[in-house]
Design a protein around this ligand. Sequence first.
Ligand code: UN1
Length: 497
Amino acid sequence: MAETFRNFIAGEWATPSTGEYFENRNPADWNDVIGRFPRSGPADLQRAVESAKRGFARWSKTPAPIRGQVLQRTGELLVERKDAIARAMTREMGKVLTETRGDVQEGIDTAFYAATEGRRLFGRVVPSELRNKWAMTYRRPIGVAGLITPFNFPLAIPTWKMFPALLCGNAVIFKPAEDVPHTGHLLVEALLEAGLPPEIVQLVHGQGSVVGRALVEHPDVPVISFTGSTETGSMIGATCGKMHKRLSLEMGGKNAMLVMDDADLDLALDGVLWGAFGTTGQRCTATSRLILHEKIHDRFLTMLCDRAERLRLGPGLEEGTEVGPLIHADARQKVDEYVGIAKREGVSVAIGGKIPQGKGFECGWFYEPTVFAGVKPGMRVEQEEIFGPALAVIRVGSLDEAIKVNNDVRYGLSSSLYTRDVNAAFRAMEDLDTGITYVNAPTIGAEAHLPFGGVKQSGNGHREGGWEVYDFYSETKVCYVDYSGTLQRAQIDTYEP
Ligand code: UN1
């Protein structure tokens, strides 16, 4: 019988008020039940908010360097548990072990960065226009932050939100994706063991439409951070707009790799295989378009299909697997539907486009790495996020045309250019409408200490990671101290030089 997990609310592991649970199954073998997790209701969320408010009162007064020490210890625990967490993550999420180890490493990097930020969290002291007066800013905690996270980076993305939110002195309510509740559980365990006082983190499992919605709509949760689809992001944005909440959205992408005629093609080939089929294409930064210069188009397409066809599909826990399953039935169904859409639009399916048959594939959500050739700008497989192992190849005549094709989508998260021409590289960095551009590297691979986020409908202007995220989780307060002993009126009592 599978283990039954609980929420973490009001400082203890708690059964859900609904008495209901959902099963978490291995996407590479749906007969493998990992556990039963709470299908929580609004009453659980309400208790979590009340407790988090008490937690906030204490944590916001804890000195930032001390908050940082807790995150330092959390990072150390994640180092010790890296392999165990990676295995648990592969079992529930599907991506291969090297990738889930990388996912944990990203959480470790984020923890250690946050720990040092506890001794910075800079404000500024700025000269006043008046004599005997100081003007300065400092960072204030905001309150309870509601964090809603996706399935594709079950540990890293929660840490991107949680660690800076905590370091800034906020309490957090964490609602992990229904597909990866176990990793969320392991992360909260590590935080508690590292010494995080109990009411500062709350873990509430359940459905987005119930728990996520209650979190977004709760008047005592002034900060929301969400990573997921652009459609859900719009709904969350509408509510947060009405309620004047601070909101960070990290959403879809239709990221392109541009390969020019002077590029190192072997390097570009390794890049596109990793960018398009790593994580089974389930990254918001995944390479889902390949824009090829006409002079190398045919040669590169042949090279690509030859290698992509030989990628080893299988369970992520098995040695030698290169591409794991998709997360669930709907995700696979969506990829399959796009294969139909592509065919109806006259696109040729160069490789893949099928559910693999045979031993080992019977009970998992596997799909063959798929390459669409002869795709024209504007076609649906060129415009819409598929979130699976499917790559659309487009032929162009110049760098300018490639940049135009890159920019003519509603998303703008990540882009990549392969060239040996330094002038072309700098021009592209300036003109590609994305939050991130890679030169001679694929569209994936963001590092934890740099800002991460996209333009257009990939985001709403905020950044995760790096130093910028600390602005999101803190309120800038300005203090003026006039020690002149007289009334000095700004803009009126002016001084001559
Ligand atoms: C995501 O795609 O949802 O840059 C996050 C990357 C990873 C994070 C991706 N470090 O691909």
